[in-house]
Design a protein around this ligand. Structure first.
Ligand SMILES: [Zn+2]
Length: 213
C-alpha cells in the first residue's frame, strides 16, 4: 500500500483531463494535435502538485499514453487507490462543532464516501439548514446556514459546475457579538455531485473562512 497523495478535488481535475484526452481521441485525426493534447493533460495533472516523488510523477504522466476508454478507466481506478480520504470525524466531534444547533441531525457517517469527499455536508430538511464540516489546518471547521432552493440552474460557487442551485445564507459575527451580518452564495443542492465536481478549493475555503472570522 502506497502513501495516498491525491486529494479529491485533484482527482476530479485529473478526471477532467482524462475526459479531454478521450474526447480528443474520438475526434482528432491529426497526430500532432493529439500529441499536444497528450502533453497538455499530463503536464496539467503533474502541475497540480507542489511535491511529487519520482514514482508519483511517473504515475501521473502515464495518463498521456492511453488510447482507449477501457485503459483510461482502468488508470482512473488505479488513481483512486491513491486518494487521501476525508479525515475521520465522529458524531461527537460534529456535535461540538455546532453547539447552538438543537437536536442536531448528524448524517449517517458510515454511508459517506470519504475518498470522494472534499467537504462534508448535509441538510436538515425540516429546518432547511445546511451543515458543512471542513478540515482546515489540523482541525475541523463547522459552518451552518439556511439553504433555500433557487429552483434554477446556474454555476455553483464551490464547484463551478452548472447545477441545480440553492441559496446558502450564513450568519457571521462581524465585529462585536451584537453586530450580526450574513453572507450568501449560490451552491449545489446535491451534496455528492458537488464533491464529484469540485476541482479547486480556493472559493470553498474563502467562503468558509469568511464565515468563521
Ligand atoms: Zn457545487
Amino acid at each position: 500500500m502506497q502513501t495516498p497523495f491525491i486529494q479529491n478535488h485533484q482527482y476530479n481535475y485529473i478526471y477532467k483531463q482524462a475526459e479531454f484526452l478521450l474526447k480528443t481521441l474520438r475526434s482528432v485525426v491529426d497526430p500532432k494535435v493529439l500529441d499536444t493534447v497528450r502533453y497538455t493533460v499530463s503536464t496539467n495533472a503533474v502541475g497540480l502538485f507542489q511535491e511529487l516523488t519520482l514514482e508519483q510523477k511517473q504515475l501521473l504522466e502515464q495518463l498521456s499514453t492511453y488510447n482507449t476508454l477501457h485503459d483510461v478507466q482502468q488508470y482512473l481506478n488505479q488513481l483512486e487507490g491513491h486518494l487521501i480520504a476525508f479525515p475521520e470525524v465522529s458524531a461527537k466531534q460534529i456535535q461540538k462543532l455546532f453547539p447552538k444547533a438543537k437536536k442536531l441531525k448528524v448524517p449517517d457517517l458510515e454511508s459517506i464516501d470519504y475518498a470522494h469527499t472534499t467537504y462534508l455536508r448535509w441538510t436538515d430538511i425540516a429546518t432547511s439548514r445546511l451543515f458543512i464540516v471542513y478540515p482546515y489546518e489540523g482541525r475541523f471547521l463547522g459552518i451552518e446556514g439556511r439553504i433555500t432552493a433557487a429552483n434554477k440552474k446556474g454555476y455553483c460557487m464551490f464547484c463551478h459546475r452548472h447545477q441545480e442551485l440553492g441559496f446558502f445564507n450564513v450568519k457571521t459575527k462581524a465585529h462585536s457579538p451584537d453586530n450580526f451580518s450574513s453572507i450568501g452564495q449560490y451552491v449545489c443542492m446535491d451534496h455528492a455531485a458537488c464533491n464529484h465536481s469540485i476541482t479547486d478549493i480556493t472559493m470553498l475555503e474563502r467562503f468558509l473562512l469568511s464565515t468563521v472570522k
